[in-house]
Design a binder for this molecule. Structure first.
Ligand code: UT7
Length: 322
C-alpha cells in the first residue's frame, strides 16, 4: 500500500506587497532584495483573515482536483507555526469548515519544514491502512509575527496556503520521506512568546516576532539540504539523473540554486515561486507543487524531490512519484 498525490491546491491572499512598497517604509531596495533573495513580491493576509481562512480554499481546490468531496476526507494533517487558536488545533478548525467530521485532525509545528513533516505523517497513516483520503495542508500568516522594522526578516516572510490530498493506492506515490531535527540552534531562528513561556526564555526580540541570524541559517540550510537529498536518493537506490523536478522550500533563490547545482539539475527542472510568494514557511512547498502541477510542467508519473529547512532546526525531504 502506498499513498499517492491525487490532487493539489493553493490559495494566496489578495493583497500584494512589492519590494518597492517595502522601500517606502524600511531601509532596503528592490535591487538588494532581488539580488540576495530572488523575491519580487509577496502576499499578505487582510485584516481579519486568519490561517484557516487561507487554508480552506486551498484545501477545497486540492479535494476538487482529486475528484473527491470534503466528506471523503478521513484525515487532516495541518502544518503551521501561525495557528489561529492555541486550541482547538488548526486541523479541527479546518475540518469544521469543510464539514467532514469523524476522522483524525491535528496540526504539526515544524516551522518551514512543517509540510514535509505533515506529508510524512499522513503517508504513514495511509500506508498503515488508517486513512484512505488524507488532506495535508501547509498554511501561514507570517505577516502577523513579522517585525516590520527588521529588514533582515520583513523582506522574506509572507502569507499563503497549499494543500494536497493523498489517496491510498496500489501504485507507488510517496516513495520515502526523511525527517531530521537539531534543536541546538534555537537562537538562530525563533519566534518567542508562546503561552507556555516562562521567565528565563529570551526576552528579545519582542514576544511574538521572528528573530533570525540569516547568514548562519543560510549556511546550515545549504549543508543539511545537500545531505538530505543525497539520503533520499540513496534510500531508493536512485541516481540524481532520475529526478524530473525539484520542488524546494522557497526561502531564498540562492539556496534553491545551490540545491539544484548539487543535484546537477538545470534550473528549468526546479519549481521556483519565491519571486512571487516570498517565504511562506509550511505553505511554501505545497504552493510551489500546485503551481507546477496547474501550469502543466509536472506530469503524472514524474519523479519529484520535495525538500525544506526551517526553525528548530528541522529539515526533510520526500521522494514522490507523481
Ligand atoms: O525558511 C527558514 C530558513 N530561512 C532561510 O533560509 C533564510 C536564510 N538566510 C537568507 O536568506 C539570507 O541570509 C538573508 C536574505 C536573510 C540575508 O542575506 P545575506 O546575503 O546573508 O545578507 P547579510 O545578512 O550577510 O547582510 C549583508 C549586508 C549587511 O550590511 P553590511 O553589514 O555588509 O554593511 C546588512 O546590513 O546587507 C545588509 N542588509 C540589507 N540591505 C538592504 C541586510 N538586510 C538588508 C535589506 N536591504 N533588507
Amino acid at each position: 500500500m502506498y499513498s499517492k498525490i491525487a490532487g493539489t491546491g493553493s490559495y494566496l491572499p489578495e493583497k500584494i506587497l512589492t519590494n518597492r512598497d517595502l522601500e517606502g517604509f524600511m531601509e532596503t531596495s528592490d535591487a538588494w532584495i532581488r539580488e540576495r533573495t530572488g523575491i519580487e513580491r509577496r502576499h499578505v493576509a487582510a485584516e481579519g483573515q486568519g490561517t484557516v481562512d487561507l487554508a480552506e480554499p486551498a484545501a477545497r481546490r486540492a479535494i476538487e482536483a482529486a475528484g473527491l468531496a470534503p466528506r471523503d476526507i478521513d484525515l487532516i494533517v495541518f502544518a503551521t507555526c501561525t495557528p489561529d487558536y492555541v486550541f482547538p488545533n488548526a486541523g479541527t478548525l479546518l475540518q469544521q469548515r469543510l464539514g467532514c467530521p469523524g476522522g483524525a485532525a491535528f496540526s504539526v509545528e515544524a516551522a518551514c519544514s512543517g509540510f514535509i513533516y505533515a506529508l510524512s505523517i499522513a503517508d504513514k497513516f495511509v500506508r498503515a491502512g488508517e486513512a484512505k483520503h488524507a488532506l495535508v495542508v501547509g498554511a501561514e500568516v507570517l505577516s502577523r509575527v513579522t517585525d516590520w522594522s527588521d529588514r533582515g526578516t520583513a523582506i522574506l516572510f509572507a502569507d499563503g496556503a497549499g494543500a494536497v490530498v493523498l489517496n491510498a493506492s496500489a501504485q507507488p506515490g510517496v516513495l520515502s520521506t526523511h525527517l531530521h531535527a537539531d534543536g541546538s540552534h534555537r537562537e538562530l531562528l525563533f519566534c518567542p512568546g508562546g503561552p507556555g513561556a516562562r521567565s528565563g526564555l529570551p526576552a528579545a526580540p519582542a514576544p511574538g516576532f521572528i528573530h533570525m541570524e540569516g547568514r548562519e541559517v543560510f549556511k546550515i540550510a545549504v549543508m543539511e539540504l545537500g545531505r538530505v537529498v543525497d539520503e533520499a536518493l540513496a534510500a531508493n537506490r536512485l541516481d540524481r539523473s532520475a529526478l524530473d523536478w525539484l520542488v524546494p522550500h522557497q526561502a531564498n533563490l540562492r539556496i534553491i540554486q545551490g540545491a539544484a547545482r548539487k543535484l546537477d539539475l538545470p534550473m528549468e527542472r526546479v519549481i521556483v515561486t519565491v519571486q512571487d510568494h516570498g517565504n511562506t514557511s509550511a505553505a511554501s512547498v505545497p504552493l510551489a507543487l500546485d503551481a507546477g502541477v496547474r501550469d502543466g510542467r509536472i506530469k503524472r508519473g514524474e519523479l519529484l524531490l520535495l525538500e525544506a529547512f526551517g526553525a528548530g532546526f528541522t529539515w526533510g525531504a520526500a521522494l514522490v512519484r507523481y
